[in-house]
Design a protein around this ligand. Structure first.
Ligand code: GAP
Length: 453
């Protein structure tokens, strides 16, 4: 038997994700364009849960951060001022034989039947262009935003005037961003349409070094508190030559993906670059008046950022375990049992309610229990197939608890709660189910190592 490679693992997860309705290649009917995906019922749940956890932690629970949603279509002037029009590009080379295009700054995969004959690198701007206005001639050039950050800078004065914030404070946003990436692949890792969750945190110049450290810590904590193994995350300090045009310091959080260590998220020190640029290009005063010492300045900006799909990929990869022959160790080699040990707060379905058999009053009671639990969480009712098969179905999509209604339920109003990770079963009164599960949602799951991890 061949030993599974780490890249196979990504394929196995992508296959599971498609089969179970997490992620579909977009417009597959016509042949997907690549690096654009649609999210199915379970994928939407997982994304919403990631967004909700992010928003709760970084906006709701903080006194110093406010949220906004700015527009996707961005007029050209904004991205000229920010420097994206001239500097947001990657070096592109093309093979004169097969006409495939590659990034010159990345490893170029060899062709099976020829040696690539590459053109000189030319700078390729990654922004998608569109036009504003009804006619071709009169239309103004605009872009689909390549990052959400500019919406925070162009609204800086609005926030100061309306939200009663004082430096240090942050503006947070989660929203779609678009980049016409040259090289794609690796499933959700590098997309053309994706979502960024980021904060522009405005601080007094001179305090930026300390705030950088604070945000890097907080950013890493988001992943580890939601169950990602700390040993799978490391920090990478960018050397000056790979810094973005606006940054004086960037540290990436890298994750140990099946294809190697790569960027998951990052923190950058954007200094006062963006506010100064927008002041210069718009002619509007974007300074801040600091009442604590009557000084006036452009705040420095610490920017922690992450991609929602990359976070989703990391949560899926880190939670995935599979067991050839099943967890019970049958080792018959016929069936691979997959388990997603997602944090209960991220799991797309929090609990499944299952009548042991489709007899007596079991289905009716199970439906009532499901309806009650739905008031708090996302819950499914499932009566199809053997109980073992149903447990495996829910393990595979990361459902932390299966609640089973059996013949004893009809006598004493108790159900069994089966734990995804330990497979232990507890007998719990129906009336106490919510109180039984609620504290468990706060705790991180205990992860098992699978034979193929
Ligand atoms: N405002 C700063 C900024 O946009 P970035 O590192 O270019 O920084 C932010 O992007 C985050 O978005 C990255 O840390 C990564 O998680 C994610 N990201 C970037 N490009 C992506 C792509 N093509 N597909 C999916 N996620 C991407």
């Amino acid at each position: 038997m061949n030993t599974p490679t780490r890249t196979d693992k990504l394929d196995r997860i992508a296959t599971l994700a498609k089969r179970r309705g997490f992620v579909y290649p977009s417009a597959e009917l016509y042949g997907s364009p690549g690096a654009i995906y649609d999210f199915g019922p379970l994928g939407v749940q997982l994304r919403n849960n990631i967004r909700r956890e992010w928003w709760r932690r970084f906006v709701q629970e903080r006194e110093d951060v406010v949220g906004i949603e700015s527009a996707i279509i961005t007029r050209r002037e904004v991205l000229a001022a920010s420097g994206h029009e001239t500097a947001f590009h990657d070096p592109l080379v093309e093979c004169r034989i097969c006409h495939e295009r590659f990034r010159a700054d990345e490893e170029i995969p060899p062709a099976a039947d020829h040696e690539h004959d590459l053109t000189e690198p030319k700078q390729f701007n990654l922004m998608f262009q569109t036009s504003l206005g009804p006619t071709e001639e009169g239309a103004a050039l605009a872009y689909l935003r390549p990052e959400t950050a500019q919406g925070m800078f162009t609204n800086f004065k609005n926030i100061l005037d309306t939200a009663r914030v004082k430096v240090p404070f942050g503006i947070a946003q989660i929203g779609k961003s678009f980049r016409n990436e040259i090289t794609t692949g690796k499933w959700l890792f590098r997309l053309r349409e994706f979502e960024i969750a980021e904060i522009e945190y405005f601080v007094k110049p001179g305090t930026d070094g300390e705030w950088f450290r604070v945000w890097l810590e907080a950013w890493e904590g988001f992943f580890t508190d939601l169950g990602v193994a700390p040993e799978n995350i490391r920090r990478y300090e960018h050397p000056p030559e790979t810094l973005a045009h606006y940054s004086t310091r960037t540290v990436d959080l890298q994750y140990n993906f099946p294809f190697g260590w790569s960027e998951l998220a990052g923190v950058a020190n954007r200094t006062d670059y963006d506010l100064r640029q927008h002041q210069q290009f718009s002619g509007r005063d974007l300074t801040y008046f600091d009442e604590t010492d009557n000084s006036k300045y452009h705040p420095y900006v610490i920017e922690p950022t992450m991609g929602i799909e990359r976070a989703m990929l990391v949560f899926l990869v880190d939670a995935y375990r599979d067991y050839p022959g099943g967890r019970a160790g049958k080792e018959d080699g016929k069936e691979v049992e997959a388990v997603l040990q997602l944090h209960p707060r991220l799991a797309p379905v929090t609990a499944a309610v299952l009548p042991l058999v489709k007899r007596e009053r079991m289905p009716d009671i199970a439906r009532e229990v499901a309806a009650e639990l739905r008031r708090a969480w996302f819950v499914e009712y499932d009566e199809n197939g053997s109980i073992g098969r149903r447990y495996r179905r829910y393990d595979e999509i990361g459902t932390p608890w299966c609640v089973t209604v059996d013949s004893q339920t009809q006598k004493d109003e108790t159900v069994t709660v089966r734990d995804r990770d330990s497979m232990a079963q507890d007998r719990v009164k129906i009336g106490e189910l919510r109180a039984f599960l609620a504290p468990k949602l706060a705790a991180a799951p205990t992860r098992a190592q699978s034979p193929t991890h």
